[in-house]
Design a protein around this ligand. Structure first.
Ligand SMILES: Nc1ncnc2c1ncn2[C@@H]1O[C@H](COP(=O)(O)OP(=O)(O)OP(=O)(O)O)[C@@H](O)[C@H]1O
Ligand SMILES: [Mg+2]
Length: 204
């Protein structure tokens, strides 16, 4: 059975789709074939990302209706990209299906509060608590706001990934090109990709 990693967040625009696409690319590149399922019917940005990629991204990006058992048969991992601000019922269903719930969060005070709110709910639903991990995204590459936020959340008892996904313009370029940041011409592309690889190793 593939490991199912669901990505969700209380706020929109925190970097779920960016993370979903890159994590899928990193796992596949490490020899762990991954299927990305885009469950964000509203924006469908993972699907669009895949559609912009002329030569493909190297892994399948599927709409929920296209998910068939045979398409998942050889997968080591399934990454699910979701809509921001999920309804509580959907969240509960997601946590039943997933082995891991990854909650990307910015490091600003309001963003951290929104993340705490979501985790309060998830942690209350018993069994799900083992599965939840926060990952700090769009972290300013200069200074230590990322490290500070990580320690703050950990002090509150939350599980936070060690890797900080830093804020680099290369991700925007990647989205525009329908590519992975690894393949974008940008001085920070390798630094960005190293963050993604490091996160992928923490998760699988
Ligand atoms: N680490 C990063 N560094 C720089 N820009 C980023 C990073 N992660 C995401 N972005 C940018 O932030 C914007 C939102 O990212 P993304 O679409 O991945 O968020 P989302 O959580 O999926 O949004 P939505 O809730 O609308 O689905 C995009 O313009 C994206 O390029
Ligand atoms: Mg999205």
């Amino acid at each position: 059975m593939p490991r199912v990693i669901a990505i969700t967040s209380e706020k929109g625009g925190v970097g779920k789709s960016t993370l979903a696409v890159h994590l899928s690319g990193a796992l596949t590149g490490r020899g762990l074939p991954t299927v990305l399922i885009d469950e964000d019917g509203r924006v469908g940005s993972s699907l669009r990302w895949g559609a912009r990629a002329e030569a493909g991204l190297g892994f399948p990006v599927l709409a929920p209706d296209d998910v068939k058992p045979r398409k998942l048969a050889a997968a080591a991992a399934v990454v699910i990209d979701t809509e921001g601000r999920p309804r509580r019922k959907e969240l509960r269903r997601l946590s039943e299906r997933a082995d891991l719930i990854l909650v990307p969060s910015g490091v600003g005070a309001l963003e951290l509060d929104a993340t705490r709110e979501l985790l309060d709910f998830l942690l209350d639903s018993g069994d799900a608590s083992r599965k939840i991990r926060v990952v700090l995204t769009r972290v300013p590459p200069v200074g230590h706001a990322g490290e500070d936020a990580r320690e703050e959340l950990r002090d509150e008892g939350l599980t936070v990934c060690n890797t900080l996904i830093r804020h680099y313009a290369a991700y925007q370029k990647a989205a525009e090109l329908g590519a992975l940041v690894r393949d974008v011409r940008d001085v920070r592309a390798q630094a960005a990709w190293n963050d993604i690889l490091s996160l992928s190793r923490e998760l699988l």
